[in-house]
Ligand binder design. Structure first.
Ligand SMILES: [Zn+2]
Length: 340
């Protein structure tokens, strides 16, 4: 079978197509014949050696396909099932895993970052990681869901405790988690504002349901003006150092800055009095539990949510797909069509 292998840490140029033996499912495992997978910033970071995985490596957290083999002791799944893959890797045996709080498992990992992922034709996963795919989405849409929608769902509703009527600002609309937060937020009745440096992205955000969309420069004032001076209940900021200060300025008293990533760098400087005099919180998260994955998939069905796909590439054009994500011009998910 074909796989997109990473053989160095020089970015997209370090990816190549390789031939690998067809994997066999062990006890409790199923083999998924992948139809489509999708890229995340995580994958790009690994091509630059952050972190340095042993090579050659197969990246990819997002994937959807058809089960074509089941191992011994598999109970619920059978060949022919159409599934999306829960992208968290965990031990499956500890107390956290038993409670389905996999994000706290000592062995917590992410498919493609800690072990071989979805950028190949066949992948063996634990039976418990295979979930029925939403029927109203095609394969590209289904593959675009897992990591970004799971991450946004936990961030907004479990960690951020946002409810219908709350005002949410999404900084830097266009990436996977930001767009998932927009679509999930609107489905749950939030009032959502988006920001971007790119006027075209602001227009697209409004077309997707954003209640307001503002240029990145000085967006806190725009949010204050739109909320009668109060500010927002929450801000999703996955950018970090270059936007954190402005994000805090956009919050209402007792507001919450929600973050799951920092694409502009790992370190920020905070003006603490601005935080405590306004009773602000910083709430963080990574990925989500299998229960949250289930709840997210149910929302996608209930609210007919369709993830935004920016572009689709065949597996052999994987390096081009990585270059597009690294360039930062995308609006929506970059999908690999594994079958073509
Ligand atoms: Zn565990």
């Amino acid at each position: 079978m074909r796989a997109l292998e990473l053989v160095g840490f020089d970015g997209p140029a370090s990816l190549r197509i390789a031939d690998r033996p067809e994997p066999l499912p062990g006890p409790g495992q199923v083999r998924v014949r992948l139809r489509a997978s999708a890229l995340n910033h995580l994958d790009v970071f690994v091509t630059r050696g952050l972190p340095k995985r042993p090579l050659p490596a197969i990246l990819g957290a997002d994937g959807a396909g058809v089960i074509d083999a089941v191992g011994p002791a598999v109970q619920r799944r059978r060949s022919g099932d159409e599934v999306v893959i829960y992208p968290v890797v965990s031990c499956g045996a500890c107390e956290w895993c038993a409670r389905r709080e996999e994000v706290h498992c000592e062995k917590f990992g992410i498919l493609g970052e800690h072990l071989d992922g979805t950028f190949q034709e066949s992948l063996v996963v634990a039976e418990r990681a295979a979930f029925t795919r939403p029927q109203q989405l095609d394969w590209h849409g289904a593959a675009a869901l897992p990591l970004s929608f799971l991450t946004a769902w936990r961030l907004l509703f479990t960690r951020g405790r946002l409810e219908s009527g709350d005002t949410l600002v999404i900084v830097g609309i266009g990436g996977g988690v930001a767009l998932a937060a927009l679509l999930l937020g609107k489905a749950h009745g939030l009032r959502v504002f988006a920001t971007s440096r790119d006027p075209a992205k602001l227009e697209r955000a409004k077309a997707l349901g954003a209640d307001g969309a503002y240029p990145s420069d000085g967006f806190a004032k725009s949010v204050r003006d739109a909320t009668g001076g109060a500010g927002a209940r929450a801000v999703v900021d996955t950018i970090g150092p270059s936007t954190f200060d402005e994000s805090f300025r956009a919050l209402a008293r007792e507001g919450v800055l929600l973050t799951v990533g920092s694409t502009s760098g790992p370190k920020v400087e905070l003006t603490l009095p601005r935080l405590f005099f306004r009773h602000l919180s910083l709430v963080t998260s990574t990925m989500g539990t299998s229960r949250e994955f289930e709840a997210m998939l149910a929302d996608v069905d209930r609210y007919h949510i369709r993830p935004v796909v920016d572009a689709t590439y065949p597996l052999v054009k994987g390096p081009d797909a990585f270059a597009r994500l690294e360039g930062g011009e995308q609006f929506g998910k970059i999908v690999l069509d594994i079958a073509s």
